[in-house]
Design a protein around this ligand. Structure first.
Ligand code: ADP
Ligand code: ZN
Ligand code: ZN
Length: 749
């Protein structure tokens, strides 16, 4: 508790702060530091400009790049023990580096809100008070305040600190403590109760496991044998092949070894069934982490995982940053799903971070999907991942028959071929359900004037306004702006406005006309906004009465609807000619997943794909159930162009209400970087495209430009990215233009 020895070198604290700058900030030790340990991972309060921020201590050093007299002291050390375990801190550091993002902001993504706000008191933590280091005998200074003096003396006798309850026990009231605090004679730290995990119940299972078919058994055995070491498995199982059962039994093996399982799924709200299957099977506590939790719930789940209380942690994307007391296995379900990649702020792929983390933790990781991403298939082909296959549907279910419905010359009603009516009727009269899939919500994608060609365009975006009927309005799906529907054309004043194209609401009109007596469940973003709405709609479906399920991709993912015997894909064509190099891959995944909703139980399934291109190679391969063959040919195409996974990409984006500023910022950074010698050699191995306008040039009133970096090797790509970022950060325009870095971009728009 003495003043640091004047001979000892000065200690500086290097702190990660929630600001965009990609560096740490140096501070002096706190004003009346009592020698409390400075462990990486504790939170600190500091002043930054004219604000106070909560940061995380990353390291200490005796040398600062900044003059000592320019540095401020840390205002407060918040935690007694590191809040972020070393392993998690390391993961965040790697993530920040790989995605070229600020570490402080990366920690913001990783930590629950209550921790970011700096308070955890009342959340299973207690504030502990201890006497601050004093440069003179404070007993004299306090001689006129006998109660404060008594409290101060008591604190000196308890160097490890006292909680308010402890102080109360000694007859010291909290206002006395506040008085001492104002005089800066005591310091407060947050002490967490040591993690006390109750042991798990002896019988881990609530419900017996299913007996596995040989392929499932092999998958479970291979993974279970490697618990305790790193290995990445790609579990490719056709839809309905029982992947979930494989996960459940791997987790059982893991729990038996007293280790925890971390499971990532695309969206909990969409598939509450998945969570229910885990809860029904296991009697160990399960912690769930997703975006619909209150701050308190999230913090509790985080602690349950960190203490080892939870045997299983299930969550969406950001759950990959959950601390685990005894990690045993990581499972990523639907690993190809786009939701694992965050599209703003820290643009990370939770799947890729998960593979890194499994390696760091020395645990196996299982990436499961019926339609793996090309990246994962390629990694398996290269021997980096071990492939496990489930070629057949589980139980008695058969793969569905896929047929093309050639739309050429066919009469349509709101986008549905008239031939569909008797077909749907035949399935419904057998007591089955029919799923109609169209990946566009609203009534129609746009409104056009038949006289003058006027289109309902958004004034803030390069996009059309979508026509909605319930409630009736025009809405932009990119910026959210809403306008009333004009009765006459705003341009030529004629009464000649017509909807173009079909969305879910328009399909609904025809289907309810065809089948007025049948229950119609529409699932899209508009019908599921209300809390619990999705759950209620799914419950209707699970009553298993004849019904038509109509919806967007929200219906395509991961659901198990045993009564669905017919799936109709309304429009396969719009995705076939996408400008994005991943367009065909994504369409193939989506169509395979939708088709996979048919015939998952005893009822045989049938899939109808409406198209004007029945001979398109991709559709032909899907029809033959050849996702593998399709991906082979897509991989060949990518190889020819060195596109991922044969090459790597980084996208630098800039956007501004002033068109020329966004472009100028990227241009200036490019020019500056070319002037240095190092980059001259880098530029021979990294291709720089742009700056070019983004495919949707204007969005939400901002003009968007992008620079695409493309290389065969990661190393020069990351090096050039780093140098460009430095130029961007130092450019004056960077304060007026929003810009961002996207490593391994999924969406090129
Ligand atoms: P996937 O996740 O691969 O789409 P699921 O795990 O949802 O498949 O399994 C589809 C259905 O098959 C579920 O109803 C599941 O209970 C059942 N099932 C899975 N494995 C078996 C098995 N070994 N024996 C019998 N039924 C099984
Ligand atoms: Zn007109
Ligand atoms: Zn808009």
């Amino acid at each position: 508790m003495s003043q640091p020895d004047s001979q000892a070198p000065t200690t500086y604290l290097q702190v990660a702060l929630p600001v965009p700058f990609r560096r740490l900030f140096d501070y002096h030790t706190p004003h009346r530091w009592n020698g409390q340990p400075l462990q990486p991972g504790i939170r600190v309060k500091v002043s930054f400009g004219n604000r106070q921020l909560i940061g995380v201590l990353i390291s200490t050093t005796h040398q600062s790049d900044w003059p000592a007299n320019k540095l401020k002291p840390v205002l407060e050390l918040i935690d007694e023990q590191p809040l972020i375990p070393p392993e998690l801190l390391k993961l965040c550091q790697w993530t920040a580096k790989y995605y070229h993002h600020s570490l402080g902001e990366t920690l913001q993504v990783a930590l629950p809100a209550v921790l970011r706000q700096g308070k955890t008191a009342g959340y299973g933590t207690a504030t502990k008070y201890s006497a601050a280091a004093a440069d003179q005998d404070q007993t004299i200074a306090l001689s006129r305040a006998p109660k404060q003096l008594a409290a101060y003396k008591a604190l000196l006798e308890h160097p490890s600190g006292l909680t308010l309850a402890g102080l109360k026990g000694l007859g010291i009231a909290s206002h006395i403590i506040q008085g001492l605090r104002q005089k800066q004679l005591i310091i407060a730290v947050e002490a967490r109760e040591p993690a006390t995990a109750k042991p798990w119940p002896n019988s881990l299972l609530r419900q017996p496991a299913l007996s596995l078919n040989p392929a499932q058994q092999q998958a479970v055995t291979k993974v279970s044998q490697l618990l305790g070491q790193f290995c990445c498995f790609l579990l490719q199982g056709v839809t309905g092949s029982g992947k979930t059962e494989v996960y459940l039994q791997i987790i059982e093996a893991c729990l038996k070894q007293k280790r925890q399982a971390l499971v990532l799924i695309p969206e909990i709200g969409l598939t509450p069934q998945t969570l229910q299957r885990f809860q029904a099977r296991f009697s160990v506590p399960i912690a769930t982490l997703h975006s619909n939790l209150t701050d308190l719930e999230r913090w509790q789940a985080w602690q349950a995982a960190a203490s080892g209380q939870a045997g299983i942690v299930i969550g969406t994307r950001s759950a990959i940053f959950t601390p685990l007391a005894k990690p045993g296995v990581i499972i990523i379900d639907e690993e190809h799903d786009g939701s694992f990649k965050q599209q703003d702020n820290l643009r990370y792929s939770a799947r890729d971070v998960a593979v890194y983390r499994a390696n760091q933790l020395q645990t196996p990781i299982v990436l499961g999907s019926a339609t793996p991403a090309l990246e994962s298939l390629y990694n398996a082909a290269m021997g980096r991942y071990q492939k496990l296959e489930l070629p057949d549907r589980a139980g008695d279910a058969k793969p569905p028959a896929i047929n093309m419905l050639d739309l050429k010359g066919k009469p349509l009603s709101d986008g549905l071929a008239l031939d569909l009516q008797p077909l749907i009727a035949s399935h419904l009269t057998k007591g089955n359900q029919v799923l109609v899939f169209i990946n566009r919500r609203g009534f129609a994608p746009t409104l056009i004037c038949h006289e003058c060609g006027w289109l309902s365009d958004c004034s803030h975006c390069d996009a059309h306004l979508t026509l909605h009927r319930y409630p009736p309005l025009l809405r932009c799906h990119h910026c959210g702006i809403e306008e009333s529907i004009p009765t006459l054309c705003p341009q030529c004043q004629q009464n000649s406005l017509h909807p173009v194209g079909t969305g879910t609401e328009r399909c609904e009109a025809t289907l309810s006309q065809w089948f007025p007596e049948t229950e119609l469940v529409r699932i899209d973003r508009d019908t599921t906004q209300r809390k619990n709405a999705m759950q209620e709609l799914l419950e209707k479906i699970h009553q298993e009465k004849p019904a038509i399920l109509l919806g967007t991709q929200m219906l395509a993912k991961g659901h198990h609807f045993p009564k669905v015997s017919l799936v109709v894909v309304v429009d396969a064509d719009s995705g076939l000619f996408s400008a994005d190099f991943r367009g065909v891959e994504k369409l193939a995944q989506l169509l395979t997943q939708v088709a996979g909703r048919a015939g998952r139980a005893a009822t045989e399934g049938e899939v109808i794909i409406q198209t004007h291109q029945p001979d398109h190679k991709m559709l032909q391969r899907l029809q033959a159930g050849l996702y593998g063959e399709l991906t082979q040919s897509l991989l060949k195409e990518r190889q020819g162009l060195s596109l991922p996974p044969f090459g790597y990409m980084v996208l630098l984006r800039a956007e501004s209400p002033h068109q020329q500023k966004a472009e100028a910022l990227l241009n200036e950074a490019c020019q500056e970087v070319q002037q240095t010698e190092v980059t001259a050699s880098l530029l021979s191995s990294v291709e720089v495209l742009g700056p070019l306008p983004a495919p949707m040039e204007k969005r939400q009133g901002r003009f968007r430009y992008q620079l695409v970096l493309h290389a065969r090797q990661r190393q020069p790509l990351h090096q050039l990215t780093h140098m460009l970022i430095q130029c961007l950060e130092n450019n004056k325009l960077s304060r007026q233009v929003r810009w961002s870095v996207d490593v391994d971009p999924q969406d090129m728009g």
